[in-house]
Design a protein around this ligand. Sequence first.
Ligand code: ZN
Length: 149
Amino acid sequence: MPNLRELYQELILEHSKHPRNYRVLEGATHTVEGFNPLCGDHFTIYLETDGEVIRNITFQGSGCAISKSSASVMTQVLKGKTKAEAENLFHRFHDLVTGKARDNSVEALGKLAVFSGVSEFPVRVKCATLAWHALHEALAGKSAGVTTE
Ligand code: ZN
């Protein structure tokens, strides 16, 4: 049986090479930039909401494999979710990568669980959560942009 860690690694690399929803979103209702000066990750998150629902979400920018794949998986997971569900996932994802998640909640995170290994590398936490912080700003109705410093 292949090592779970290797599978995770593969999925992260695959998403960083072929990011999903990687484009400017025409008709975006929210656009927020996220910048992580520690690593140089710089992304723009585009969000189209309809009432409480995230109808579409895309991103563009550049960064390391962790930050890019995290943004890619995030857009896949959040499309069609409500704002409240997205906020909830943001907090659970943050717990996951900072090593605070309980085992049973990791399983419920599905695809996002591939980033659980990040908790062993504290400097990478900012990479993994950058897109999520930008999303959080966007959902709060802010557009000034976020920086992890
Ligand atoms: Zn990074």
